[in-house]
Design a protein. Structure first.
Length: 317
């Protein structure tokens, strides 16, 4: 009897709800936690049919799970949302010699947290798969764990070809790696990639090689992926193809060179032209060369005279 008392005290102190149902679904026992979660006293429902107390559970997964256990089976745990309580319950059912034992707990807070995480992950997946930049993640051993569609298009590899099988050296320019390893004394990896960051943007520029052998410049942004307070679980790379930017920069440089060449030619022509002086209201041309600023000033003075006055020649003195 003393042992029974200790067991009953232990069962009553459990934070998990415990219900015993007879073979005809009548309540035999509820512990204190079950009373608190259901909002009903054991004296109110013990001896009554479960279907009289909770008729809305008919035809639900709860009924199916209970019936499986009544037939001697061992059903899997069930998570069930009960609208009248606005709660999620995790329910576990075990067959007894006469009836079933039901343990359950309120997992609403956990479910809300998981739903919030799921929503965040859905947004992250949407960003990952719709991004126009390559997003690539590696574990601590350097093997790919994420390879988004933009990375597939950029590099010509499918995600299922590389995930868990290859490392970034797969598509880095090997000559560039060797040169930078010699320059820094660092082996290829996260630290070497970060060593060439630009102070203004935090980006680092490297050369990627597509599956078909085509080489192109990329801008990389790198960040660690934290796994805990003291360790990381790998790193993330956001890669942007700089090919178009480089082509535009080259075209701009060529245009500037051509403009400077044209400007130099114009200056040569101006320097070779016969200089002139304004005397009174007339222009007098003379062989000596005059510095360009003076020519410009005299063009301004000439512009103030009428064409007829300029071409009549010197005014008689």
């Amino acid at each position: 009897m003393e042992a029974d008392g200790r067991i009953r005290t232990l069962v009553e102190s459990l934070p998990t709800g415990l219900i015993q149902l007879s073979e005809n679904y009548r309540y035999v026992y509820l512990n204190a936690a079950a009373e608190a979660m259901l909002g009903r006293s054991r004296y109110e429902i013990v001896g009554r049919s479960m279907w009289d107390v909770y008729p809305d559970l008919r035809g639900t997964p709860v009924e199916e799970t209970y019936e499986e256990a009544m037939a001697g089976g061992h059903p899997l745990p069930l998570e069930y949302y009960y609208p009248p309580h606005d709660r999620h319950y995790e329910i576990r059912v075990r067959p007894l010699a006469r009836g079933i034992a039901v343990t359950f707990m309120d997992v609403s807070a956990f479910r809300k947290r998981l739903d919030a995480i799921a929503r965040i992950e859905a947004v992250q997946r949407a960003v990952l798969f719709s991004a126009e930049v390559g997003i690539i993640a590696m574990d601590n051993d350097g093997f790919f764990t994420v390879f988004n569609p933009a990375a597939e298009r950029m590099l010509g590899y499918r995600a299922d070809e590389v995930l868990g099988r290859y490392k970034p050296i797969l598509f880095h320019d090997l000559d560039e790696i060797r040169w930078r390893e010699r320059e820094t004394g660092m082996p290829f990896g996260y630290d070497l990639l970060c060593n060439y960051r630009r102070r203004d943007s935090g980006e680092t520029e490297w050369t990627y090689v597509r599956k078909d052998g085509h080489r192109f410049p990329v801008s990389l942004r790198l960040s660690r992926l934290p796994a805990g307070e003291t360790e990381d679980e790998g790193y993330l790379v956001i890669a942007t193809d700089l090919s178009e930017r480089h082509r535009a920069s080259t075209a701009l440089s060529i245009a500037r060179d051509r403009a400077e060449a044209a400007d130099a030619r114009i200056r040569q022509l101006i320097d070779a032209a016969a200089p002139f002086e304004i005397v009174g209201d007339q222009a007098h041309f003379s062989p000596p060369l005059i510095p360009i600023p003076k020519i410009h000033a005299r063009w301004d003075a000439l512009a103030a005279r009428t064409p007829g006055a300029i071409m009549r020649g010197p005014t008689p003195r």
